[in-house]
Design a binder for this molecule. Sequence first.
Ligand code: 5GP
Ligand code: ZN
Length: 122
Amino acid sequence: MKDCVFCKIVKGEIPTNFVYKGKDVVAFRDINPMAPVHILIIPKQHISSLANVKDKDKDTLGMIQVCASKIAKKLGIDNAFRLLIASGEKAGQSVFHLHYHLVGGWKEPSIKMESEPGGLRK
Ligand code: 5GP
Ligand code: ZN
């Protein structure tokens, strides 16, 4: 979709070092990390939010979780990570191309559940 920053990343219009590049899913580092490791995993296809997924998206959504597991292992954070999704502006979503935040790499077990992904930055 035109003017979507994540579609531009998928199309290579914004130079990006991909952590994972597959048929339907890509992953790259968040520009403003909320944790020592902070990866965004996204469908290549433009889906605006989790509220707008369709039955046909189920394989892609499943692949995102498989990717999260593989990337966590590859980056050595598979003993402690989170997979977070904000859906809707009031829930903290700021980019309206579906993305899953894979966060981890903490040194201390001090992370508490927060109401939205951005809350972990505080
Ligand atoms: P949200 O707030 O929608 O849950 O998450 C959007 C995320 O996208 C934020 O964590 C933000 O830092 C990240 N982000 C926004 N623009 C860019 C960009 O151009 N490149 C990268 N790598 N991350 C971005
Ligand atoms: Zn998009």
